[in-house]
Design a protein around this ligand. Structure first.
Ligand SMILES: Cc1ncc(COP(=O)(O)O)c(C=O)c1O
Length: 490
């Protein structure tokens, strides 16, 4: 049976079982235990190559920086580096990890909202490509720090242009109501004020339209805003910017397997199923901006710049799966404390006896896994959807509904919308008769998962295996131990 979640050579079904780059998921789970994240080096390379096509579609320099916050285990950072991609980091800690992974300072873009002096120092000492500045106050701090160090800091000002995209409200970053960046007028004032600073190289401007943005048109709007800013800065201060940074936000199709697509409200469906070619979107955006540049007779301004992108999700989300084992099961009436009998009568739960193997229209089969929101936080905070399959019966029909939940002692640790707002399907479809011990796989969960994980409930952070392009599978993060649970406690 062919399922639409399959991806040639990367996610396949062999002998009825899920394989990742040719490695049997069941064997990996047996060797490393579950929950287990499996990342694919080939898929990371494929995604980076796809995004690099943007560079072929614009008539200026191009620099691709992977947003490390999406997932920054060293083995993954190295795979990104080896694929010829630079990095965007968000804190001194991420900056330090990037250097550990072998990136040079000029390959790093340093973002973030509340930078401390030591972080600014680390960035300047390592000569990062740009420190993205979030406010006028921060710009003054950077200048002071660079002066103290006797250096010149490369900076880029983050604008908040008031662009709305159709993504989750928590993932919107370019609206005036968001916490990011500076108002365009503040930024223009800053360019005028600091243009002759001995300690600041005002090299660029930056914006980020938000994550999982479903509309290619938003990039045209963003590019247009950036061009307007570039032109105004040039006309008012004479500064020719070296780069413009359009951030990340390209979507991943989380509903590539459409079997449960109808279970989503239209807006959620549009966001989760969003799919467009970044290279096409940017080609169109570039052409629009070039027309404007020609009309203003400033094409040379565009040709002299470098376009930066800093995508995270579109590089790493669909390059990983999470293997999880069903550890427990139970059956519950559909409605609280009562169930409807076959003749339409209502009866109390305490009087109901039914075998676990049979579900009726008024009972739910619950499966309790070992993958909770401590490792997939977005499932709880943003009601994020990760498609679920049976890894050991991947080739069988997935048509039986189950309610799924994780292992945490927390009522919100469920795979559906506990608030009852229907933002996620109430049930997941799996083969019949799933029982404890069966291995399941959550797909597309490479981004913002392990990166946000915690040891909540005393749970060990899971291991990570990287299936390498040379055909081997390498453990790049071990499972936590008891000692890790108290490693920082004094
Ligand atoms: C400034 C900035 N750049 C890049 C990204 C990466 O976004 P995405 O993972 O959606 O590509 C983010 C995440 O929201 C961000 O805030």
């Amino acid at each position: 049976m062919t399922s639409t979640w399959q991806i040639e050579t990367f996610l396949t079904i062999r002998n009825g079982r899920l394989h990742i780059d040719g490695h049997d998921a069941v064997d990996l789970a047996r060797e490393y235990g579950t929950p287990l994240f499996v990342y694919s080096e080939s898929r990371i390379r494929h995604n980076i190559a796809r995004l690099k096509q943007v560079g072929d579609n614009v008539g200026c320099g191009f620099k691709l920086c992977y947003a490390a916050k999406a997932m920054s285990t060293l083995g993954v950072l190295r795979a990104v580096r080896d694929a010829g991609c630079d990095l965007e980091v968000n804190s001194g800690g991420e900056l330090w990890k990037a250097l550990k992974a072998g990136f040079r300072g000029d390959q790093l873009n340093f973002n973030g909202l509340s930078k401390e002096a030591w972080e600014i120092e680390l960035a300047i000492e390592n000569g990062v490509y740009a420190i993205q500045v979030d406010s006028l106050y921060e710009l003054s701090l950077i200048e002071e720090t660079a002066k103290r160090l006797g250096k010149k800091a490369n900076v880029s000002l983050r604008l908040v242009p008031g662009i709305e995209s159709n993504t989750h409200s928590g993932l919107q970053t370019a609206m005036l109501t968001s916490k990011f960046g500076m108002m365009p007028d503040e930024a223009f004032g800053a360019f005028a004020k600091y243009k002759d600073s001995e300690h600041l190289n005002l090299s660029g401007i930056h914006l980020h339209v938000g994550s999982q943005n479903p509309s290619p048109a938003v990039y045209t709007q963003a590019f247009d805003e950036m061009f307007g800013a570039l032109l105004r800065i040039y006309r008012e201060t004479g500064i020719r910017l070296q780069h413009i940074n359009l951030g990340g936000g390209f979507p991943v199709n989380y509903l590539r397997d459409g079997s449960q697509a109808d279970d989503f409200p239209a807006e959620q469906r549009e966001m989760f199923a969003a799919d467009f070619e970044p290279a096409e979107a940017m080609k169109f955006a570039w052409a629009e901006v070039r027309k404007k540049a020609e009309a203003e007779d400033v094409v040379d301004l565009l040709e002299g710049i470098t376009l930066l992108l800093e995508p995270g999700r579109s590089i790493i989300a669909d390059a990983a799966i999470c293997l999880t084992t069903v550890r427990n099961h139970k059956q519950r009436p559909v409605s609280n404390g009562q169930r409807t009998t076959d003749n339409g009568q209502s009866e109390e739960l305490s009087t109901v006896h039914y075998p676990l193997s049979t579900a009726t229209s008024s009972t739910d089969r619950w499966l309790l896994t070992d993958a909770g929101f401590n490792i997939l936080l977005s499932m709880e905070t943003y009601k994020w959807y990760y498609h679920l399959i049976s890894a050991e019966r991947a080739g069988e029909p997935h048509e039986t509904p189950y309610k799924l939940a994780g292992p945490l002692c927390d009522g919100g640790d469920v795979y559906f919308d506990i608030e009852g707002e229907g933002r996620l399907p109430d049930h997941r479809l799996l083969p019949d008769n799933v029982e404890p011990g069966e291995l399941l796989a959550l797909l597309n969960c490479g981004a913002y998962s392990l990166a946000q994980a915690s040891q909540y409930n005393g749970r060990f952070l899971p291991p990570v295996v990287l299936t390498k392009a040379d055909g081997t599978a390498e453990l790049i993060r071990r499972r936590d131990t008891f000692e890790d649970l108290i490693a920082s406690d004094l």
